[in-house]
Design a protein around this ligand. Structure first.
Ligand code: TXD
Length: 308
């Protein structure tokens, strides 16, 4: 393979993303996890599917960062989930430590890599990775918007009995309850959603999108969503490695766009071979802009709570 992708955290999202990337022959994949045997075992299990599925990419796994050297893209899914009794601040502290350490190990071996953060709280973990790596925003950003938008697209398609392929939508803001679905920009094969669906039905879809993560947790009980998150990672990695220049909503470090500065917030960006190539600014209504700024305030609060 011409490309190498490292996935740190061989848990649900990491391993599923690794599988998608390898099965599509996008890149050779290296998985790293503190649970070294878990990463080794999952990699071997996936390799044993290659003869049946016919992919040529290789997947390896373990606890060591040596094999990650020279990665084109590194995806960080390592972290702890919030356990009963654990406060949000405790989780923030713990995942800050984990992500900081992981990013240090990665950039020492792949100084030119592109970092995609997945670990929650997403927007704050992007900031940790930015500080530790010292990378420009072109090479450090987060996955959340592609997932949130995919959920919204699915809900629209299901509501209308339309093909998921025809539905486009996007979501702005931080990854959490304050995210800002933008139905005004949603289309079904080019037809604006508000022309097809009553306002109250659209609002119900917005609300379900905002709570999409929780809806899955309620079913899984002991874990969170991973099929759709892994698919979202796969789409971002594909747009980068194949230089597709897709416009995708990602957590990007804003430098004045949307009136926001020095903060990771979900906005549409262009992803190509050099990473985040452009932040796309769309004209927002005063209400949409206010909602985006409220969402940014929530991210800022988290970033200010980051351990020094
Ligand atoms: O939209 C989004 N950004 C998200 C984010 C969508 C889904 C999941 N989201 C978050 O991603 C979730 O809240 C977690 O913070 C991460 C990973 O979720 P996943 O469901 O994959 O969690 P798992 O299955 O618990 O996997 C985490 C793995 C696990 O195997 C740990 O052993 C490993 O991370 N881990 C580490 N690996 C390497 N190094 C260190 N220090 C480490 N600590 C834990």
């Amino acid at each position: 393979m011409d490309h190498k992708v490292t996935v740190v955290g061989a848990g649900n999202v990491g391993a599923t993303a690794a599988q998608r990337i390898a099965e599509a022959d996008l890149a050779d994949v290296v998985m790293v996890d503190v649970a070294a045997d878990l990463a080794t075992g999952k990699a071997l299990d996936m390799m044993e599917s290659a003869p049946v599925l016919g992919f040529t990419a290789t997947i390896s796994g373990g606890g060591d960062y040596g094999p990650t050297e020279g990665s084109d893209v590194c995806v960080v899914t390592a972290g702890l989930a919030r356990k009963p009794g654990m406060s949000r601040d405790d989780l923030l502290k713990k995942n800050t430590e984990i992500v900081g350490e992981v990013v240090r190990e990665l950039v020492a071996r792949s100084p030119e890599t592109i970092l995609i953060l997945v670990t929650n709280p997403l927007d704050a973990m992007c900031e940790v990775a930015r500080r530790v790596s010292g990378f420009p925003r072109r090479r450090v950003f987060g996955m959340a918007g592609v997932l949130d938008a995919a959920r919204m697209r699915y809900f629209i398609a299901a509501e209308l009995g339309a093909s998921v392929e025809d539905v486009d939508a996007f979501v702005l803001g931080g990854h959490g309850d304050t995210m800002v679905p933008l139905p005004r920009f949603a289309t079904v094969n080019g037809i604006p959603l508000p022309d097809l669906l009553a306002a109250d039905r659209i609002e119900a879809i917005n609300e379900r999108t905002r709570k999409g993560g929780g809806e899955i947790v309620n079913y899984y009980k002991t874990g969170s969503a991973y099929y759709a998150p892994a698919a979202a990672v796969y789409e971002m990695v594909g747009s980068i490695l194949r230089d597709k220049k897709k416009i995708l909503p990602c957590a990007a470090y804003l430098e004045g766009e949307y009136g926001l500065e020095g903060l990771f917030v979900g906005v549409p960006v262009k992803l190509g071979r050099s990473g985040l190539e452009e932040v796309i600014e769309v004209e927002l209504t005063p209400e949409e802009r206010a909602a985006l700024h409220a969402s940014a305030d929530a991210v800022r609060e988290l970033v200010e709570a980051l351990p020094a």
